[in-house]
Design a binder for this molecule. Structure first.
Ligand SMILES: [Zn+2]
Length: 136
């Protein structure tokens, strides 16, 4: 279920043992934060599997912010169903492979490995009903 929060009111509220509402906020400073419960289950599983901090570099995005960062028009970030993450000390490949093992027949997993012009890699995960895999 996708829920709506207020950054001002709910920012410190825990959505899962290791994640607070503010970690999913849109980086344009908007107060509205949309988050899918299933996404938080997924992120908490990843956190516990690796036993390392999970940094969310992009969670919910407003339409304006999504356009500003060059996101896809129908991005799952717009729905609160997606997060771009890094796991401390764990490779993009290992994070992506574990996320795929949790969603064998559904969900989105995108690999964004470190490359020239990209200082750090990340993995996009989302809770869409159909299955999508890609490399960016
Ligand atoms: Zn993403």
């Amino acid at each position: 279920m996708i829920r709506q929060y207020s950054l001002a009111r709910d920012g410190e509220r825990r959505l899962a043992p290791d994640f607070k509402v503010r970690e999913l906020r849109c980086r344009d400073g908007s107060d509205t934060v949309m988050v899918d419960d299933a996404l938080m289950l997924l992120l908490q599983c990843i956190r516990e599997h690796f036993g390392k901090a999970v940094t969310i570099t992009s969670g919910y995005r407003t339409a304006a912010h999504n356009a500003a960062v060059g996101g896809a028009k129908s991005s799952q970030h717009l729905l609160g169903r997606a997060a771009d993450i890094r796991v401390q000390g764990v490779s993009v490949e290992d994070v992506a492979a574990y996320a795929e093992s949790l969603m064998p027949d559904w969900g989105g997993v995108g690999r964004y490995p470190m490359k020239a012009g990209r200082a750090t890699g990340w993995v996009h995960v989302d809770t869409r009903a159909d299955k999508a895999r890609w490399r960016g």
